[in-house]
Design a protein around this ligand. Structure first.
Ligand SMILES: NC(=O)c1ccc[n+]([C@@H]2O[C@H](COP(=O)([O-])OP(=O)(O)OC[C@H]3O[C@@H](n4cnc5c(N)ncnc54)[C@H](O)[C@@H]3O)[C@@H](O)[C@H]2O)c1
Length: 437
């Protein structure tokens, strides 16, 4: 029973037990080998949910909060103290954090341009990594992380938490057993009603922000007032667009369900249709991934008009020769070709309202899977060598959209038979921040 469940079950508060500061000490004394110390990097939104999850997990201590926004860092530190946990260290420089030998794992929920570079730095410092999606900013970074993981030996779990959902695991098992015949078509979708981001102006860096470290591996540019926080998702220098932001989750589910790895052809159409502002990616996108001549995944992304598909803001539909499975974070439903329900396992309501923090049970299960793998008692549900394949699809979707061409792909390497498109295989780094194995 973990700490949160214990407190919930007994109905007593940490303060009334008088264990606030000493809980990790108790755990350490009981099972020293199992105690895992983590540092969490980036705690404004998703990272705050991860802090909650890691702090509440059995035999796990959040030892350091790392953020370049002093307000976010202080909020995360004080939330832990209020929750009855030991006060963590606070630091705005992840390089210092990685020098701390007492940290076993780095949890990364900083913006996308940081993901692969800091994951590599963490492996080189001998840490395990829980790495939020997207695991890479470019296809090259995904390749590099797989090599680095094999070289340095520590583990990387990508934060696509639906891989740890018991309902999804069951649905995939049943699809493999023939529930819908031979699965051949997957439709991944996400629909939200995001507002405009306006046209930013160059501005003074706020006193609460270490902008130099916020930029980190990204080429330097002046601070603008419509980027930090969250809006960076829609700028190519830092973000990766909706297909890598939310598409990663459901495209990964489709790839898992169809049992495919690398596509042979990728097409995309769409644009920034809803607003006229600084947003550099697409708010509307239809991307298609063909796997040989008999399997296909389609991504249907709508960032600014949240009208749901199959009553869900997000999900995956898997079609086969004998039926269809609709899957989302709450469970799955299966129908035969006549539309009759043939299977169902739903935990609650479907996720029509979209929680941008992505907290909840699935995240807790994914964290548990990560920690148990670090302890040698489980295998990862989203290891980097597999997660990288789903991420590659998303990157290829962006490249197909940018080039406006059908991309022919080498099904062994994932590389594109198109010199111009291959220019987007990797990205630029600030001097001194290049990724080197
Ligand atoms: N798995 C999920 O369900 C899920 C949900 C939401 C977000 N995410 C992912 O989590 C990441 C963060 O998303 P968000 O919405 O919280 O973004 P955000 O912009 O709200 O927060 C990012 C935080 O990282 C901090 N940061 C930036 N550079 C840093 C550095 N060098 N060191 C330490 N902290 C730094 C920022 O100050 C900020 O507090 C994204 O990559 C996103 O794709 C995953």
């Amino acid at each position: 029973m973990n700490r949160r469940k214990f407190l919930k079950t007994t109905g007593v508060s940490a303060a009334s037990l008088g264990v606030a500061a000493s809980w990790p000490t108790i755990l350490r004394a009981r099972r020293p080998a199992d105690l895992i110390s983590v540092a969490v990097m980036g705690v404004n939104s998703r990272g705050a949910a991860l802090v909650d999850g890691f702090a509440a997990a059995s035999d796990c201590v959040v030892r350091t909060i790392c953020d370049v926004d002093s307000r976010a860092m202080e909020r995360a530190v004080s939330n832990l103290v209020k929750g009855g946990y030991t006060r963590p260290e606070g630091d705005d420089d992840v390089r210092r954090v990685l020098e701390d030998p007492s940290i076993d794992a780095l949890v990364v929920a900083a913006p996308d341009h940081w993901h692969a570079p800091v994951a590599l730095m963490a492996l080189q410092a001998g840490k395990h990594v829980y790495l939020e999606k997207p695991c890479s900013h470019s296809p090259a970074e995904g390749e590099l992380l797989v090599s680095a993981q094999a070289h340095y030996g520590h583990i990387i779990q990508m934060g696509n938490q639906q891989r740890s959902a018991p309902e999804s695991i069951e649905a995939i098992t049943r699809i493999r057993e023939g529930l819908i015949g031979r699965p051949y078509f997957g439709r991944a979708w996400y629909a939200n009603s995001r507002g405009p981001i306006g046209n930013g102006q160059v501005a003074d860096v706020p006193e609460w922000l270490n902008y130099e470290m916020w930029q980190g591996p990204a080429p330097r540019t002046a601070y603008r007032d419509n980027v930090v926080h969250y809006n960076w998702h829609w700028f190519k220098r830092w973000g990766t667009g909706e297909i890598c932001n939310n598409g990663t989750h459901e495209i990964d589910i489709c790839r898992w369900a169809l049992g495919v790895d690398t596509p042979t052809r990728v097409l995309s159409t769409g644009g920034r249709f809803h607003f006229d502002d600084d947003w550099e990616f697409y708010d509307t996108q239809l991307a298609s991934f063909e796997f040989g001549s008999d399997k296909q995944i389609v991504w249907d992304g709508r960032s600014c008009n949240g009208y749901p598909i199959y009553d869900r803001g997000r999900g995956a539909a898997i079609h086969g020769t004998e039926g269809t499975v609709i899957m989302d974070r709450a469970g799955y439903l299966a129908y035969d070709l006549g539309g009759k329900e043939i299977a169902r396992r739903m935990r609650g309501e479907s996720d029509a309202a979209l929680d941008v923090r992505g907290g909840g049970d699935l995240t807790d299960l994914h964290i548990h899977n990560f920690l148990e793998t670090v302890r040698g008692r489980a295998t990862l549900n989203a290891p980097i060598d597999d997660a990288r394949k789903s991420q590659l699809l998303c990157h290829l979707g962006n490249i197909a959209q940018d080039t406006g061409r059908a991309l022919e792909i080498d099904s062994e390497t994932g590389r594109i038979h198109d010199r111009q498109a291959m220019q987007q295989w990797s990205r630029d780094y600030a001097l001194g921040w290049e990724m080197n194995l």
